[in-house]
Design a binder for this molecule. Structure first.
Ligand SMILES: [Zn+2]
Ligand SMILES: [Zn+2]
Length: 498
């Protein structure tokens, strides 16, 4: 179990006071979930972690069919209030409480006290950045549950709606506050930003560019955090901002997962439910712009066999910055295909800044016969602009970049060449040039000539040795990887024995 600890301003040295919360219900699998087992489990985990101080296990026993009283949870919240707890471990959201709104309410309250809740199954600490997103999702979850809670819920809503009783929003949304009846009313200090967000989106800015704009202007989300691509995106696609409300936008499926309702259950679309912040026209414009961008990027993302038939451009595309061919880059577990500069891949960023073009963009633009040199420029709107140049016109102005020539193996070019030795066997290190990358490395001559049985061999990039500065005496070099598996090199003037 790995737990990210929040950056708090409390003193860092003190151990975290960690408790656990567990809840069993009569319908749970008895063996695995017995209360004693859970308590023992948490006690062991907490006591075995050096940075933790054991602050107890709180528990509740729920009997299905009865209203939950949860004295354990109440006690834990009270102790948190008193400052006795820093972190709470718990199994999962659904284990925390049967009703998600209870989870939400409790975690929010705890967050205000700077007490984190770590959900093992979701691997999320509510005090982390992801935790904020999780709380947003939890809120939607809770709303869905409250809307589908009982069989008669729909009727209740219908009656309420017809009687003009407003929807009860569990959540505050950015741009809105609630009046005493719980109806959304615009909060002008935030509403101005909502309008700006829609205007930017309609104007073709990407969520990433909008996020940057908001963060640069110090605007904070409802949760008081910085904006992310997804918080911007969620805001834009939320119909709440044009005054409408979809009841049952999400629902909780049999696996108790919150899913977007795509017609599986009845949804109600309520128009003019509350005050709008943006006009329906602007709202729609923003949707169209975002949707178009998404389609564009998603196109061609079903990755097919790499044949010229499927990808007619595959052997005809080159980087206009360095002239090297583009190669395929696959992202997102094989769901996304881009084409990138092979010059950058081979010789590094200092050789070529590189380009990276989504397959969908290239596919749409491709109507050429011959070789094309592609360049990209970032635009302020957060998108990239790609230009396509015919081979003949590219070659008139540019030359294919070649990596710098490797100097001859002389004393002049490598003043240390006779002073470097293998730290394992004491053999001289000799120069080796990687034919592909054109990189110089120094390798153990003993291992090279007599094989690994003689010496496991030392290999060290020339750049590392250069970084050490002038070498006066003979040195014996060894590679010692650090804890994170990063390559580290060290040297000594002592000759290895044996
Ligand atoms: Zn390039
Ligand atoms: Zn050696």
């Amino acid at each position: 179990m790995e737990i990210q600890i929040r950056e708090g301003n409390r003193e860092q040295k003190r151990k975290l006071r960690v408790c656990a919360y567990c809840r069993v219900s009569t319908d749970a699998d008895e063996q695995e979930n017995s209360l004693e087992n859970q308590i023992r489990h948490y006690e062991t985990v907490i006591k075995a972690t050096p940075s933790y101080e054991y602050a107890g296990v709180y528990s509740d026993f729920a009997i299905s069919g009865f209203k939950e009283k949860r004295p354990g949870l109440q006690k834990m919240l009270a102790d948190a209030q008193k400052g006795k707890i820093d972190l709470i471990l718990t199994k999962s959201v659904s284990r925390f409480a049967r009703n998600t709104s209870i989870v939400l309410e409790a975690t929010r309250k705890l967050k205000e006290l700077n007490v984190g809740v770590f959900f093992e199954l979701q691997n999320i600490n509510t005090l982390s950045g992801e935790g904020e997103l999780m709380l947003t999702i939890l809120a939607a979850f809770a709303q869905a549950e409250s809307e589908s809670g009982s069989a008669g819920a729909k009727m209740v809503y219908q009656r309420k709606y017809e009687a003009g009783i407003p929807v009860q929003y569990l959540e505050r949304s950015f741009g809105y506050t609630k009046d005493e009846r719980g109806v959304y009313i615009a909060d002008e200090s935030e509403a101005v930003w909502v309008r700006k967000i829609y205007e930017m989106a309609a104007d073709g800015y990407t969520p990433a560019a909008i996020k940057r704009y908001l963060n640069e202007n110090g605007v904070k989300t409802v949760g008081g955090t910085k904006w992310s691509d997804s918080t911007v995106f969620r805001l834009i696609e939320n119909e709440i901002y044009k005054g409408d409300y979809i009841m049952h936008k999400h629902f909780v499926n049999e696996e108790r997962k919150l899913v977007r309702n795509r017609g599986e259950v009845d949804a109600w679309y309520i128009e003019d439910d509350h005050e709008a912040i943006v006009s329906p026209e602007l709202w729609q414009k923003a949707q169209d712009a975002i949707e178009a961008k998404r389609d564009y990027l998603a196109e061609g993302s079903v990755i097919e066999d790499f044949t010229e038939e499927n990808y007619p451009y595959m052997n005809r595309i080159f980087c206009a910055k360095c002239g090297h061919p583009l190669y395929r880059r696959i992202y997102s577990n094989g769901n996304r295909l881009n084409w990138g500069c092979s010059g950058t891949k081979r010789h590094g960023k200092s050789f070529c800044e590189g380009i990276n073009i989504p397959d969908g963009v290239l596919r749409k633009a491709w109507h050429f016969d011959g070789n094309m040199y592609i360049d990209e420029k970032p635009s302020v709107k957060g998108t990239k602009e790609f230009t396509y140049l015919k081979e003949s016109s590219w070659k008139r102005r540019h030359k294919k970049k070649v990596p710098e020539a490797i100097p001859e193996n002389t004393e002049e070019a490598y003043p240390y060449r006779k002073k470097i030795f293998c730290g394992l066997c004491g053999s001289r290190l000799v120069r080796h040039v990687n034919p592909k990358s054109h990189k110089v490395i120094w390798i153990c001559n003993g291992a090279k000539r007599k094989g690994v049985a003689f010496c496991r061999g030392t290999r060290i990039p020339d750049s590392v040795i250069r970084g050490w500065g002038e070498i006066k005496k003979d040195i014996y070099i060894q590679r010692k990887d650090d804890k994170n598996g990063k390559k580290r090199y060290s040297y000594t003037s002592k000759k290895p024995t044996a």
